[in-house]
Write a protein that binds this ligand. Structure first.
Ligand SMILES: C[S@@+](CC[C@H](N)C(=O)[O-])C[C@H]1O[C@@H](n2cnc3c(N)ncnc32)[C@H](O)[C@@H]1O
Length: 244
């Protein structure tokens, strides 16, 4: 039976919540390896204009990018729709010297005051919001004029991929069920190429839109291996500026 958009979103939230601990365990094991923290810190920090302070991390998951950027001195807010992911993120707040704030909110329509953010960042989020093509229009509001939008992502679905039918583990089976073919067909960016993402950002009114290959994390993925069911994917850093 075909799910409604709301049912799709609930299925995805349940997926991320159920596997949040496993996801975070893998993330943390990677971050403990030499070069990892620095690579991710650079991937986002290099694009931050001088004076950047308030940063919004969309689809923060278990919060590791938000925590990294907060450790670099930014005031970070991370949002996600998965309660389980947010629980993992919040569990790390107490031991952090300058912790982010983690909130339950939709990355496709972030509920923040006009112009309060100097930067909006995301990692591995672009492919997943239902409203991917319209979401960038809603990112103008919280971003101050001149503020930057930075997203790191890869191509996770092959053109005719149904979300992972040849699954082995319980997590992979759950992924294939949550992100079945009908659901992935609703995700405009799941199979979108680099050019399409840049075009959508330009159409949303962002300026200086560019996509740069990000070889450093790919090299680390090749060296250290990725989570089961994945293979190292070329990553791009998409960046743009709100005119101002
Ligand atoms: C692949 S994980 C990435 C997590 C984190 N950014 C990282 O790099 O580890 C994708 C995350 O996006 C979240 N997500 C997906 N759609 C979302 C939406 N519309 N609003 C907020 N979070 C969303 C999921 O709940 C999940 O935590």
């Amino acid at each position: 039976m075909t799910r409604t958009a709301a049912e799709d979103q609930q299925a995805w939230n349940r997926y991320w919540t159920r596997w949040a601990a496993e996801y975070d365990e893998h993330q943390l094991s990677r971050l403990s390896l030499p070069g990892e923290r620095e690579a991710w810190s650079r991937a986002f920090g290099d694009t931050a204009p001088p004076g950047t302070r308030e940063v919004l991390d969309l689809g923060t998951g278990s919060g590791n990018v938000a925590l990294l950027l907060a450790a670099d001195g930014y005031d970070v807010t991370g949002i996600d729709l998965s309660s389980g992911m947010l629980a993992q993120a919040r569990a790390k707040v107490e031991s952090h010297p300058h912790p982010p704030t983690f909130l339950e909110a939709d990355a496709a329509d972030p509920p923040f005051p006009r112009g309060g953010m100097d930067a909006i960042v995301s990692r591995y989020l672009l492919w997943t919001p239902l409203d991917a093509p319209t979401a960038p229009r809603r990112w103008h509001e919280p971003l101050r004029p001149g503020g930057v939008l930075v997203a790191v992502d890869g191509q996770w679905f092959e053109p005719e991929d149904d979300g992972g039918a040849a699954s082995a583990t319980a997590r992979q089976e759950h992924f294939a069920e949550a992100y079945d073919k009908a659901a992935v067909d609703h995700l405009d960016f799941a199979r979108a190429g680099v050019e399409r993402i840049c075009t959508v950002w330009e159409e949303a009114g962002f300026v200086d839109v560019r996509a740069d290959p990000l070889p450093e994390p790919l090299e680390l993925d090749r060296t250290h291996g990725v989570a089961p069911g994945h293979s190292p994917q070329p990553l791009h850093r998409f960046s743009a500026r709100r005119a101002g």
